[in-house]
Design a protein around this ligand. Structure first.
Ligand code: MN
Length: 288
């Protein structure tokens, strides 16, 4: 199933007839930004009804709704994996690296960082560059949506705690500040257009994905090249912090990261998970 948030933060499911069927009544007690979290939390009770509505269809034509970030407000966090592909490690450090001559370690050393949930945007918005001329890079990533409260989960059981997957961009300004600062600017976590339920992604550790800028290929990889795969990430993070329904994990980016500038169009396509298109624009401050 493909779960979406649309228009005035209503929650919906994509019908077999390419319509968006509203589900907001199933989580009527939740504030609009929290509806997706409420839907995921209530899934054991409402999942069958959602599947039924998806089969029945009869909602509003997809072309007539505005799709927003499919999880606009994770309950507690976006956890992200730093340097989780070997060839990305190679391009970041050393003599030709983005961080010239710095020694860049991998996730085995850095483990993780937190992105502010306020950095989340959907396909109805744009990546907004901060004022000034600092380098801002795209990072193509498979995003994981947690489905059940996870604490001290083993790698073997980890995928049972996943609700679904989505395309995620971990936009980053390069520099010496802490990762959590550089990757938490407003608009720096585009996600969407939908959450694809886990049953439709049989092996999240063997998924092809690619990213283009203005049609030019920049990143192409498969999640089998992750240093820590999806299950291992859930084990690692849930050993430190409780993962809540609706929380997100950014799994890390492969080689090919590069700068984006105002006017660019970034397209991230993940096989079986979706295609996210994001324009890039200068910050409002820079234009003022
Ligand atoms: Mn990243």
């Amino acid at each position: 199933m493909k779960l979406v948030v649309f228009d005035e933060l209503q929650v919906g499911v994509l019908g077999g007839d390419e319509t968006v069927v509203e589900l907001s009544d199933l989580v009527s007690e939740a504030a609009p930004p929290d509806r997706m979290t409420a839907l995921i939390s209530a899934w054991e009770k409402v999942g069958d009804r959602v599947a039924e509505r998806s089969r029945d269809g009869g909602g509003r034509p997809l072309s007539e709704v505005t799709l927003r970030a499919p999880q606009p407000s994770p309950a507690t966090k976006v956890v992200a994996a730093p340097v989780n592909y070997r060839r990305h490690q190679e391009e970041m450090g050393g003599s030709g690296g983005v961080y010239k001559d710095l020694s860049i370690e991998t996730i085995e050393t850095y483990a993780g960082f937190i992105k502010a949930t306020s950095s989340i945007v959907g396909p109805d918005e744009a990546i907004e560059l901060p004022p000034g001329d600092r380098r801002v890079d795209h990072e193509a990533e498979l995003g994981v949506v947690i489905g059940r409260t996870a604490r001290n989960v083993s790698q073997e059981d980890a995928l049972d705690f996943v609700f679904g997957y989505l395309p995620l961009l971990d936009i980053t300004v390069r520099g010496k500040e802490d990762r959590s600062f550089r990757k938490s600017f407003d608009t720096f976590t585009p996600i969407g257009p939908a959450i694809v339920s886990a049953d439709e992604v049989p092996d999240p550790e063997a998924v092809d994905f690619s990213l283009t800028v203005n049609g030019e290929p920049r990143q192409q990889a498969n999640t089998r090249d992750l240093i820590f795969g999806v299950a291992k990430l859930i084990e690692l993070y849930s050993a430190a912090m409780t993962l809540m329904p609706g929380d997100l994990i950014a799994t890390g980016t492969p080689e090919g990261v590069g700068p984006i500038v105002a006017g660019d169009q970034v397209v991230l396509e993940i096989d079986g998970v979706g295609r996210l298109t994001m324009p890039v624009r200068a910050s409002k401050e820079a234009l003022a």
